[in-house]
Design a protein around this ligand. Structure first.
Ligand code: GLC
Length: 808
């Protein structure tokens, strides 16, 4: 049934009156005069609304192995409403499949809009054509006709977040976006409607209550947050099913938890992937790569990962090596491994049309490429010239691609970078009717386009996992909802522009809200030439983003940490070293994230939802829940305003000065200072600086302690494992709880090992106590020694210590 339905307001297609409803185990199906729908209770807070406008069942590419925990459900029919009660929500469905959702106190949370679907009038068009367009001004493209359009009531004081890494600001109210994965080489600007990714999920925040909507439709979809009409917001699709999930908070954190319950969280990565990464289009030949590798070590700048961009391949043929530039790549990979480097190679989807090239021959023979309507493999042009597109929507093709990963990883490649997988095409866009297998239910490009990169990453992830039995490192440019299960992402081809550094913060924060905990930007900017000041400020941001990768385009000036002057080099060194010292903190966040879905770089509203002042803050973020970063993102600025959220005091990381929350302060920030604040009561685990992960055996964990300035208690859980294998999933890890209490001038720290199942334990703990001068220090009742290094007080205890008392 592929009818042209239009489900909008009181116009167009209408479901009509409710004829009957039926409760099955966890779902309620409703028959209307003109169609069928179901309300499926996934959990008491997550409800799926579905109508089979395209396929009988949900055709999701994002939701795998959905586990339902619906809890107790009751259903009633009163006054023409089907009422569904969960343990958290009351859902009312009335004629025309109108949905209203309330909490159990009767507070309305989200309602379908009953008024007219009435976009604002775009004036200026007349019968003679459009003068502005004729003059060459770019105008917003006319909307394609939407088969499905859902309107929801928009109330004053609403905020919207998510949709992946859209350009512009954190709050999406008043804007309009399209989901159609796009490789647009122009500098990213606020008015871009599309980007490389399509993540049709957003969080709405109204009167301190948050909920989310995930519109699981891989066709081109449009999200409009009150731009076309300030009375409603809407989401629409050109085809596919009506299939969306309502995810109740009331906290935004719970919404993210719910969303990642559906689409998956980012699995805990290998520890080295959180180290510094250096890329360039391209480090070739081998001599240049080796020079870069040596330079990091010589200059005492930590680095774990080096990238090989497209020039390592033989004529851009994927899974090959250029024998001239890299005559003995296995030996080279081995040597670099010895220096502590992990090498990541790029793999694009486009397979060169070239008889005799094994990947092409195999693909052709097995019908692994997308075809035209007549079954002839579809050809477009990318880096290798004429190229074919593997049909990753076919399980057999994913399997083949997964097997191909061995060609790289069996010889020592540590991770794979998937690029150009929107998919990009130099000879115009792929036509709508390019055919895809879609795991047996044949379909066309319109349904697969937005999930092409998703499937490619999935195949890559699975291939590396099977071949190495370690946590795979895959990085992808294009993605759909759920790709976070397989790959880390970056925001694509930004430029060395201050505006792009500024914009990277809301982009990364919205990616984090959208389930992508492991993300980053090209530090220093990809296109255009970087400047020393810009690189310094960008590295300060990069040091706190999960993916910390400096990358730049061919023919741009060098932008490695030493590429400018000594001052820039030393600022870069300082922040890259800080990153390495903070690695256990970041690793803890990623471990926690695997269960909660909460990202490493977070908008302030996630931790401070009660403080409305933070709802629109674009240029500050939380790194985990203990550190607030307020980077300088404007050229020439050496001071900035910082808003410190309400609810706790804050300690300046550099000066140790204490500030009340709920105020703006001005922070002096010369080029080598990135304003960083630690939450009062914060405990930050640290490692010694290393050149690369694994260089030193870490037998001591440092805990950087920021005691409460008054009475208070906090707890920090630290996680430890082997940093690379999946053994943690069968229980091989350690957990430590550090509980910090202050009353009067006594501080108590309790250490408890809540799990000890991984063999390599710490021998000792070193505590740095900030902001106070301890007079006396007892470990399990015995007096201990306090070190004083330039007024920084610290002490070390053995790993058997349980209780520490400090008097000051
Ligand atoms: C694309 C990628 C970029 C890469 C280049 C060459 O533009 O986004 O990161 O360097 O292709 O492979």
């Amino acid at each position: 049934m592929n009818q042209k339905f239009q489900l909008k307001g009181l116009q167009g297609f209408m479901f009509g009156k409710i004829k009957f409803y039926e409760k099955k185990s966890n779902d309620v199906s409703i028959e209307f005069e003109n169609g069928r729908a179901s309300v499926d209770i996934i959990t008491p807070s997550i409800i799926n609304f579905f109508s089979p406008l395209y396929t009988e069942r949900r055709a999701s590419k994002a939701v795998e192995n959905l586990k339902r925990m619906p809890g107790k459900i009751t259903v009633d029919f009163i006054d023409g409403q089907v009422l569904v009660y969960t343990e958290k929500l009351k859902v009312s469905i009335t004629d025309n499949f109108m949905v209203d959702i309330f909490d159990l106190n009767g507070k309305r949370i989200c309602s379908d809009y009953r008024g007219e679907d009435k976009p604002f009038v775009r004036r200026g068009n007349d019968d003679d054509g459009n003068i502005a367009a004729e003059e060459g001004h770019q105008l917003e493209e006319e909307r394609k006709s939407q088969k499905i359009k859902i309107l929801k009531q928009l109330n004053p004081g609403s905020y919207f977040y998510g949709l992946g890494d859209r350009t512009g600001h954190l709050n999406k109210l008043g804007y309009h976006y399209k989901m159609w994965n796009t490789d647009n080489p122009n500098p990213h600007v606020e008015s871009f409607e599309t980007m490389y990714k399509s993540i049709p999920f957003f969080v709405a925040l109204e009167k301190k209550t948050a909920y989310g909507i995930f519109f699981d439709n891989s066709y081109e979809t449009v999200f409009d947050f009150g731009k076309e009409n300030s009375n409603y917001y809407s989401f629409s699709a050109v085809d596919g099913n009506l299939d969306y999930y309502f995810i109740y908070g009331p906290s935004a954190k719970e919404v993210i938890f719910g969303y990642t319950l559906l689409t998956g969280t980012t699995p805990l990565p290998q520890l080295w992937t959180l180290g510094y990464q250096q890329s360039r289009w391209s480090y070739a030949p081998e001599k240049r790569l080796q020079e870069i590798a040596n330079n990091f070590r010589k200059k005492d700048i930590p680095c774990d990962v080096l990238y090989l961009d497209i020039d390592y391949m033989d004529g851009y043929r994927v899974f090959t090596w250029d024998q001239q530039k890299f005559p003995n790549h296995e030996k080279m990979l081995d040597r670099l491994k010895g220096q502590g480097y992990k090498i990541v190679t790029i793999i694009d989807p486009g397979v060169k049309k070239d008889k005799g090239y094994s990947i092409y021959d195999q693909g052709l023979k097995n019908n692994y490429f997308a075809t035209d309507r007549d079954g002839i493999p579809y050809v477009n042009r990318v880096w290798p010239g004429k190229a074919l597109y593997p049909d990753f929507s076919n399980q057999a093709v994913r399997h083949w691609w997964a097997e191909n990963q061995k060609i790289l990883v069996n010889h020592g490649v540590a991770g794979v970078w998937n690029d150009m997988n929107e998919p990009a095409s130099f000879d115009g866009p792929l036509p709508d009717d390019v055919q895809f297998n879609n795991d047996g239910r044949l379909t066309d490009h319109r349904e697969i386009h937005n999930v092409y990169g998703h499937y490619m990453s999935k195949a890559t992830y699975e291939g590396i996992k099977t071949a190495t039995n370690k946590r795979p490192f895959v990085i992808t440019r294009a993605s759909y909802a759920g790709t976070q299960k397989y790959a880390t992402v970056w925001t694509g081809d930004n430029q060395s522009l201050w505006e792009h550094l500024r914009m990277s913060l809301p982009m990364l924060m919205n990616l984090g809200i959208s389930g992508f905990a492991f993300c980053g930007t090209d530090v220093g900017g990809f296109g255009f030439d970087c400047t020393p000041e810009l690189l310094s400020r960008w590295v300060q941001v990069g040091a706190f983003t999960a993916l910390f990768r400096n990358h730049s385009s061919a023919s741009m000036r060098d932008q490695e940490p030493w590429a400018f002057d000594e001052k820039t080099e030393s600022i870069n060194r300082k922040y890259i070293k800080l990153r390495y010292r903070l690695l256990p903190y970041f690793y803890d966040i990623m471990h926690d994230e695997e269960t909660t879905g909460l990202p490493m770089i977070r908008p302030l509203l996630l931790d401070y939802q009660n403080d409305e002042n933070v709802y629109g803050i674009n240029d500050e973020f939380m790194s985990g829940s203990n550190i607030l970063v307020a980077p300088v993102v404007e050229q020439g600025k050496t001071a900035r305003m910082v808003y410190l959220p309400k609810g706790n005091r804050w300690i300046d990381y550099w000066t140790k000065a204490v500030f009340d929350g709920g105020q703006y302060i001005v922070k002096n920030a010369p080029l080598d200072v990135c304003p960083i604040y630690v939450k009062e009561g914060g405990i930050i685990p640290m490692y010694p600086a290393q050149n690369y992960v694994g260089e030193k055996k870490i037998s001591q964990l440092t805990l950087d302690i920021y005691p409460f300035t008054g009475k208070g208690e906090s707890c920090y859980e630290h996680y430890q494992d082997d940093g690379e294998s999946f053994d943690y999933r069968s229980g091989s890890y350690n957990l430590y709880d550090f509980i910090l209490k202050r009353s009067g001038n006594l501080i108590e720290i309790n250490i408890s090992k809540t799990r000890e199942a991984y063999g390599e334990k710490y021998q000792s703990f070193k505590f740095i106590i900030n902001g106070i001068k301890p007079l006396e220090f007892l470990v399990d009742g015995q007096t201990g020694k306090i070190e004083n290094d330039d007024d920084q007080f610290s002490f070390t205890v053995s790993n058997t210590a349980k209780k520490i008392d400090l008097k000051f």
